[in-house]
Every structure is written in C-alpha cells, then in structure tokens.
Design a protein around this ligand. Structure first.
Ligand SMILES: *Cc1c(COP(=O)(O)O)cnc(C)c1O
Length: 440
C-alpha cells in the first residue's frame, strides 16, 4: 500500500512534545501522562506542557549562548508563556528572564529569578515600572526612547535610585525586514520600538546615555521580529549594526529573540544551537570579534512545542457543499493567534494519535464571532464524534499568555506533565474569579 496523501497523514511526530509516546490503547502520552485520562481528571480545555521538554530547551539555550562573569547569555522571553512554575524552571536551568512590564517582572521575582538576571524591556515603560526595576536591582534595562532616558535621568538623580549605577542596553532598530507577519516584525525603520540606526537616533541615544551619571552603557540590543525561519535575517541585521558596534565597542550585543518553530506538518525550523552558531558566524564575518559578548532572548523556541491544548468536541455541523464545522469548548480566548495573525495549526485526536486524518474540517471555538477559528484547515480522523478530546499541538507559546476572558469564558488551567505526574501549576478560572474585580 502506498503512503496516504500528505493531507491525510497523521500528525507529524516532531510537532509533539519531546517525551510524547503512544500507549497500547493508542492514546497520546506526554511526560508519562495519558492526555485522554488527564482530560477526564481536569476537564477541558487545558494546556499540557512537557516539563522535560521545557528544561531541555532551556539547557540547549544555555549551552548555545553561554555566559559572561555569571551573567546568563540566554534570557527567556517571559511574554511567550509566564507563571511562577515556568520562572522556577528558567532559574533552575540557569537562564535569565526578559520581561516587558512590571507584571512580568513581579512573576519573575515571585518565581525566584535573581534580579540581576532580569532584563527589563518595553517601548513605554512607566515611571513606576522604571522605579520598580531600579529598586529590584535588575541586571539590564533596555532603553527604548528619549522620553525613557529623561525618566531614567530623573530617577537616577533624584529618585529611588540616586547613587545607583544601572547597566543599560540601547535598543536599536537595524532597518531589516524579517520575512514574517507584519505585526511581528520589529526591526524595520517604521517601528514603535527602539532607536533607528539610519536616522542617527541610535547614535544620539548612545551619546545621551554615556553622559548620564548612574548609567553604565553595557551594550546594544536588537530584536528583529518573531517566528523567523531564515537565519540570514539575523546576518543582515548584524551586518547593518556592525559599524555602530565597531565604534562603540560595547561589552554586549543582544540579538533578541524571534527564532521560528514548526506549527504544521511539513514545516521545519532551525534549532537554537544552529541559530546561535549562525549568529556567531555572522558576527565574525561582520568584524564583530570575540571581545563582544553575544546574548539572546528566545521565547517561542523554548516553549512552543512543549505545549499542547486539549479541547472537547461539542458540535459537528455539516454544511453540504460548503464545509464541516467542528466546534470546541475554547477558541480565541485561549488561542488568539489564528485571529491575530492568521496562524495555522494542526488538529488530531489524542485517543488515536497515529490515525490518518482524511476529513477536512474547520475547528472553531465557542465565542460569538465568525472569526473565532482554532484551525482553519484541519484534517481529522473520519470517526470523530461529539465528546471526543481534540488537540492542537505547538500551543505552548503566545497561547496562555495571550488568553482572555472574552465572552466571560474562564481561562483554562496549565498542567505540567513529568514522570507520570500531572501537576496543575495554574488552576482553571472559576465564575467567582470572573466576578472578583467587579465592584457592583
Ligand atoms: C518578544 C520578544 C522576544 C522573544 O521573541 P520570540 O519570538 O518569542 O523568541 C525577545 N526579545 C524581545 C525584545 C521581544 O520583544
């Protein structure tokens, strides 16, 4: 028998968490936990993470980026997925954390990230956030605007931090277009982030920061976008930055995050190790030598494939000659990426993970929007029925962290699976939680 046509093929194994196995029953097992059983225990929807997978990616990033005098070269970008259990893993595996708000910093500190291993980002940091970062003693503040320089100056001269010496990086937009969705491109000239290289704003920011007492300009930062598959985007950005780096001789050059991951069958992405090697090579050929410490901030590449979302099928609506809608008990409130970016996913049934998937359907959520799509072009097994647990893999990044309470839908729990144990690290929201802030 010949192989089934690609579209009918079972879910590609590489899209599943590293510890994934198939039980005798045919069920998918992650971290030693049968996901169909887990659905029975915690209800659906839920996010399951393979804890060993998370740790393995952290260790890979740590090996790939090294460190300088005890400062980690890799800082995990918290916004991809953040809770204290994740922060603890990041700290235990030796990574720093990149935070973009006071809230992300609070979770980092609560999860045991050492303040000096925190990098504080944001294009519009408030005075309160800057005060909190300075008081906590964060390792780096990445300066993003002239207004922020004024606020910093004020705080360092007269505020909480007078007398303190704060390490900062200056965020530069190298003017490079990464081949990714417009909303996740951040390195081009027309951007709300950082100081433009071409206009001279970056050089001006460097001069201002050098003249600021209380500030140690430790280096240069760039972040060109997200979900980047082609490593030459980094090479181009590095070559654009080379002259400035040569002039400034910074201690550190942070190349940000953005490494892409595969979401659907047939896709593949470079590994964290390949990414780091390619960046090192590009620096060498641009004349940025060993004297400059290279650092990075991977988010998606650490967590995306470690996570998987399980839903229950509630309604199957067949519109003859049009399409079949499979509606699940979640949707845009737990995964807004399809709505925001038109992102594609796969779907499969954890009860028969290796089954072929001949039926083309659209998986939709339960929200009051036609755009509430989970998987626009899904292939599923032909015995799918109401009550089935259905899963979308590679939802570990920008799913839970972007989740909302739209339609007053409680957010799902987050379950870490490891060595046969399922630990609920963030519980499911309740209707009581939804009323918690309501003052009547
Ligand atoms: C979002 C972000 C990252 C992480 O991006 P990924 O695509 O998740 O790797 C790193 N650095 C900065 C400054 C960011 O804004």
């Amino acid at each position: 028998m010949s192989a089934p046509p690609r579209s009918e093929a079972p879910i590609q194994w590489s899209l599943l968490p590293e510890s994934a196995t198939i039980a005798k029953s045919g069920h998918l097992v992650v971290g030693g936990v049968d996901l169909v059983d887990l659905a029975g225990e915690v209800g659906t929807p839920f996010f399951a993470y393979d804890e060993e997978h998370l740790r393995a990616r952290c260790r890979e990033a740590d090996r790939a980026w090294g460190g300088l005098d005890g400062h980690p070269g890799a800082a995990y970008a918290a916004k991809a997925f953040w809770c204290t259990a994740m922060a603890r893993i990041v700290a235990q595996e030796g990574l720093g954390a990149d935070v973009a708000t006071g809230g992300e910093m609070a979770v980092a500190l609560a999860g045991g990230i050492a303040p000096q291993h925190i990098t504080f980002h944001g294009n519009n940091k408030s005075e309160l956030e800057l005060m909190a970062a300075l008081s906590a003693g964060v390792g780096r503040i990445v300066v993003d605007s002239f207004d922020e320089i004024s606020r910093l100056e004020h705080l360092l001269r007269y505020g909480v931090a007078s007398g303190q010496r704060q390490k900062v990086l200056v965020r530069v937009t190298p003017g490079v277009e990464a081949h990714t969705h417009e909303f996740v491109q951040t390195g081009r000239e027309d951007s709300k982030f950082g100081f433009s290289l071409a206009s001279g704003a970056a050089a001006q920011a460097v001069d201002s920061l050098k003249a600021l007492p209380g500030v140690e300009l430790a280096g240069v930062h760039m972040h060109i976008g997200s979900q980047i598959f082609l490593l030459d985007a980094y090479s181009k950005a590095i070559s654009a930055m080379a002259a400035m780096v040569g002039q400034l001789s910074p201690t550190e050059l942070c190349i940000g995050g953005g490494l892409g991951v595969a979401y659907v069958n047939g896709e593949s992405a470079p590994s964290i190790t390949e990414w780091a090697q390619s960046v090192r090579d590009a620096c060498m050929s641009s004349g940025i030598g060993d004297g400059v410490f290279l650092s990075a901030e991977p988010g998606r590449a650490i967590v995306a494939t470690a996570g998987i979302t399980c839903y229950t099928v509630g309604t199957v609506k067949d519109l003859p000659g049009i399409r079949t809608y499979v509606a699940v008990d979640g949707g845009m409130s737990d995964n807004p990426r399809p709505v925001l970016y038109g992102s594609g996913y796969e779907a499969f049934l954890p009860r028969e993970v290796s089954a072929s998937r001949p039926c083309a359907v659209r998986v939709v959520g339960k929200h009051c929007e036609s755009g509430d799509i989970v998987v626009s072009a899904a292939q599923v097994p032909d015995d799918i029925v109401v009550g089935d647990v259905i899963a979308t893999p590679v939802t570990g990044a920008y799913g839970y962290s972007m989740a909302s309470n739209y339609n007053k839908v409680p957010r799902p729990p987050v379950v870490f699976c490891r060595a046969g144990e399922a630990k609920v690290v963030v519980r499911r929201e309740t209707e009581e939680d939804l009323l918690r802030l309501d003052q009547g």
